[in-house]
Design a binder for this molecule. Structure first.
Ligand code: ADP
Length: 692
């Protein structure tokens, strides 16, 4: 009945009106209290007014623990009615006197319930901290305050047996609160969870335990076997069974059964506590119950904590295993000496070893021989400064398969603190396919550069021929001057200086051309943007002259250095210059190519290439960066799409617009040294065609 009332309020159907719900709670709780109190009366020791363990109060405590404070008031009214009804007509304690205990009991229990709800959540006693707080509350505050009105009255009346009776009263309330409150709260607070998870095996086990407890308790406390105090220990194994298998709720119910059976036996003059003065018997029985309850309750809670911890660890280990196994990368875990302790399925695919062949081996096994000597130092460095980071800091790394073949890899290192000490987790990616794609992209970019330079062949040849021709004429002139009498040495000196200048000019063009044509690796550097543009202008100035184009620059001075691959940036510029000059071929009159540089607020430098051509047809504006889009007869349509990949590879952006007065402007951004490029090496990752 008690259970019905407690759960009816906790899980009452929301459909019922609040007034009816409250009335049902008051009546249900009063009835439950009445019944439990009456059962308790049957366990009173004549001529005493108290029993050994007072449980009705726990109904109230458990109800408050399971209910939000704003719904406590029906229980307070139910308690008052229940107390009055139970004590009505009672010879030992008149109902009016018993009613005095109600406010005291409320004052004692309410703060405890409020605090436990706050700290322990809706189901307290879950951990040692909450149980300790509850124990102090149940053993000291609740009994002292509850027993106060009766005890103070007896004290003032000068009762001779005040102290023994007061101690028994306090212990009676304390034991009841301590044992019955968790039993009721945990059972009725979580009965749905139990109903869901219960199995026949579990039900069978609890039935066997209850029967065994009942029988052993009866043998020890309900019969006169004459075995004396030795019988006290008889229920202990079963109580431990309850604590280990059925947690705190189980052990508390087992203790309640023990308390009732032992009290019943003592009242009827049986068991180890019979045959002594009643007062001594009650006190000894109470102390025995207290001594056995406390360790068992704490044991149950400690076991629960350990079980939960082990389960949580198992779950997290299982999750970790699943993540590692399903990872697309090879994952290896090694100890501080580099010995592999775990390898996932993917590492078998990548390295060609079976997992059991890897575990226990040194990580050296997977590294080409020429790198093995560096490994111990690398490992020591990592454990000295363990941070999650890529291995090799910019170096190309290679793995070694079982058949001895090498392949390019990337490795991420992560420190793992395990119970057996620090370990390192290697996440290894086979980047063979990516490397191949990068190489193909570099080939394409190189081919495109060759094609562009091919377009410039005539003008560049002219750029070189012109100083060479000047050198030849100057050399002829110098020869003649030396043959004159007297030789014109000063003139010759001037001519030689001109020859040197012409030679340097030709050499400059050749050097720049070589730089552009060379096949080379991607290399980020901090460089002066204006210088890079000026170098490209040197290469195209002959072509510009041939086409009658005036090249102008409007450079912003003192720009911070840009982070770039010089040749890639020059390739972008060359493409834009040539496109601009080609676009202007169709217009008569003034042909002007203007290149400007400027600084933007976001730490990027901006380059703009404007021409005075016809501009871009509006319908083509959105398509000009697409691969293979060209409006030219012999155009490949790759220049701008490659340029866009290169710019984006530098973390920048490229776009085109038409100018209001005619002509087109192409702008692109590149990060300056002040700000780290977001995707430093993406130049290699991005597809040059803008497609993967
Ligand atoms: P291609 O030069 O081989 O055609 P690009 O990718 O360099 O390939 O250029 C794509 C198209 O963009 C060109 O065919 C042209 O229609 C347009 N375009 C590029 N630059 C200009 C410009 N400065 N003025 C007008 N149209 C341009």
């Amino acid at each position: 009945m008690a259970s019905a009332s407690v759960t009816s309020l906790r899980h009452s159907r929301p459909g019922l009106p609040v007034g009816i719900r409250s009335a049902l709670t008051i009546l249900g709780f009063a009835a439950a209290f009445f019944v439990v109190q009456r059962i308790t009366f049957s366990l009173r020791f004549p001529p005493f007014e108290r029993t050994t363990v007072w449980t009705p109060g726990s109904l109230f405590f458990a109800a408050l623990l399971l209910t939000p404070p704003r719904r406590w008031w029906p229980y307070v009214i139910g308690l008052s009615i229940g107390v009055f009804a139970a004590y009505y007509g009672d010879g030992a304690i008149p109902a009016a006197r018993a009613m005095l205990a109600v406010p005291c009991f409320c004052a004692a229990v309410m703060p405890g319930a409020w605090l436990l709800r706050r700290w322990g959540g809706p189901l307290p006693f879950g951990d040692l901290r909450a149980l300790t707080a509850f124990t102090l509350f149940a053993l000291v505050i609740v009994p002292v305050i509850t027993a106060a009105p009766v005890d103070v009255g007896r004290y003032l009346a000068g009762a001779d047996d005040f102290w023994p009776v007061a101690v028994r009263s306090v212990l009676c309330v304390a034991l009841g609160t301590l044992i019955a409150t968790p039993a009721l709260t945990l059972t009725f607070g979580n009965y749905r969870g139990w109903a869901r998870s219960v199995s026949w095996a579990r039900l069978g086990e609890s039935a066997v335990l209850i029967v065994a407890l009942f029988v052993i308790d009866h043998l020890a406390f309900g019969l006169d076997l004459g075995a004396g105090p030795a019988l006290l220990y008889a229920p202990l194994p079963l109580l431990i069974w309850a604590a280990v298998r059925f947690e705190l709720a189980g052990v508390c119910w087992a203790l309640l059964l023990l308390a009732f059976q032992s009290t019943w036996g003592a009242i009827h003059g049986r068991g180890p506590f019979a045959g002594q003065a009643t007062a001594d018997g009650v006190l000894q029985l109470q102390l025995f119950l207290l001594a056995i309850s406390l360790p068992l309750m704490f044991l149950a809670t400690v076991i629960r904590e350990v079980v939960l911890e082990v389960a949580a660890r198992r779950r997290s280990e299982e999750r970790f295993r699943l993540v590692v196994e399903s990872a697309p990368n090879a994952i290896l875990i090694a100890d501080t000496l580099g010995q592999i302790v775990l390898a996932n399925a993917r590492s078998e695919d990548i390295f060609g070893y079976r997992r059991n062949e890897l575990v226990g081996q040194s990580i050296e096994l997977l590294v080409p021989e020429r790198y093995r000597d560096d490994l111990p130092a690398d490992l020591a460095r990592f454990f000295a400064m363990p941070s999650t980071r890529p291995m090799g800091s910019g170096r190309d790394l290679y793995g070694c398969r079982r058949d001895g073949s090498e392949f390019p890899i990337e490795i991420g290192l992560t420190l793992m603190q395990t119970p057996t000490g620090p370990h390192v987790l290697y996440a290894i990616v086979d980047i063979t396919a990516r490397k191949r794609a990068e190489e193909a992209q570099q080939e394409l970019a190189h081919a495109s550069r060759l094609a562009m330079v091919g377009e410039l062949t005539a003008s560049i040849a002219h750029e070189i021929n012109q100083p060479l021709g000047a050198i030849l004429s100057n050399a002829d002139a110098a020869e003649m001057m030396l043959e004159a009498e007297p030789p014109a040495v000063d003139e010759v000196r001037h001519i030689l200086s001109d020859i040197r200048k012409d030679d340097l000019r030709a050499n400059d063009v050749i050097q720049k051309l070589r730089g552009l044509l060379r096949k080379r690796d991607f290399e980020m550097q901090a460089l002066d943007l204006n210088d890079i543009i000026a170098e490209v202008i040197v290469l195209v100035r002959g072509e510009a002259r041939r086409r009658g184009v005036t090249v102008e620059n409007q450079f912003t001075q003192n720009l911070p250095p840009v982070q770039c691959d010089k040749v890639q940036l020059q390739q972008i510029l060359l493409n834009l210059f040539l496109n601009g000059m080609e676009a202007m071929a169709v217009i008569p009159g003034d042909k002007r190519l203007t290149i400007y540089t400027t600084m933007r607020e976001n730490g990027c430098a901006e380059v703009g290439v404007c021409d005075s051509g016809p501009g871009i047809a509006p319908e083509n504006l959105a398509r000009i960066f697409e691969p293979f889009f060209s409006t030219k007869k012999a155009g490949m349509g790759l220049g701008l799409s490659i340029s866009r990949s290169l710019v984006e590879g530098h973390g920048g952006r490229i776009w085109a617009e038409n100018l209001p007065d005619g002509g087109a402007i192409f702008r692109f951004t590149v990060h300056t040294d002040g700000r780290q490029s977001e995707v430093k090496s993406v130049g290699r990752k991005k597809s040059l065609l803008g497609v993967r």
